[in-house]
Design a protein around this ligand. Structure first.
Ligand SMILES: CC(C)(COP(=O)(O)OP(=O)(O)OC[C@H]1O[C@@H](n2cnc3c(N)ncnc32)[C@H](O)[C@@H]1OP(=O)(O)O)[C@@H](O)C(=O)NCCC(=O)NCCS
Length: 146
């Protein structure tokens, strides 16, 4: 079984960047893995976890708590390690930290084209809610590509 630990920039950064590129493959600048990691570390809330098999990073979850809702992001397990409970363990770890922070409700978003992942979250007690998700990019906070 995987060991779930807090993300360490020294030990896990390169592996997490590689995993996210493989699993999510985001092409947009605001989703660049290195930017996401730097922004999360700047908040220093202790809500970024990795799953380890030995010392190998095989999964991630990034959570957030704003005092009103908890959020889950970047739930990812390396394809070679799926269906062994790693994803569930990551979500449970993040939930534990959010509950400890006083959070009363946890939300997450699923990209429409990734609807097939809903049974994973349903197995963990999440339900689909009737919401329209909206967002706005703040380009001035996204560094230009190097
Ligand atoms: C979603 C993901 C994190 C699941 O990780 P995982 O380690 O394979 O999940 P688990 O083994 O903990 O699964 C727990 C339960 O969820 C359900 N489940 C998991 N993956 C599923 C799938 N592809 N289809 C249907 N049910 C699934 C099953 O009930 C499973 O229990 P079981 O294996 O005993 O049947 C992984 O498939 C992944 O990284 N997907 C790509 C990234 C992604 O879509 N992330 C979510 C973004 S919102």
């Amino acid at each position: 079984m995987a060991n779930i630990v807090e993300f360490s920039n020294d030990r896990h950064r390169m592996a997490v960047i590689g995993l996210w590129k493989e699993v999510f493959g985001y092409q947009t600048a605001h989703n660049a893995p290195s930017l996401a990691i730097d922004k999360k570390l700047a908040v220093a809330d202790g809500l970024f976890f990795v799953a380890l098999a030995g010392t190998e990073v095989i999964g991630t979850v990034l959570a957030g708590y704003d005092g009103h809702r908890g959020w889950l992001y970047s739930v990812a397990v390396h394809p070679a390690h799926r269906r062994h409970g790693v994803g569930a363990a990551l979500v449970r770890r993040a939930e534990h930290a959010l509950v400890a922070a006083g959070c009363v409700k946890i939300n997450l978003q699923i990209i429409e084209s990734n609807e097939g992942v809903t049974p994973f979250y349903e197995a963990l007690g999440y339900i689909t809610e009737p919401r329209i998700s909206m967002g706005k990019k703040i380009d001035s906070n996204v560094p230009p590509p190097v």
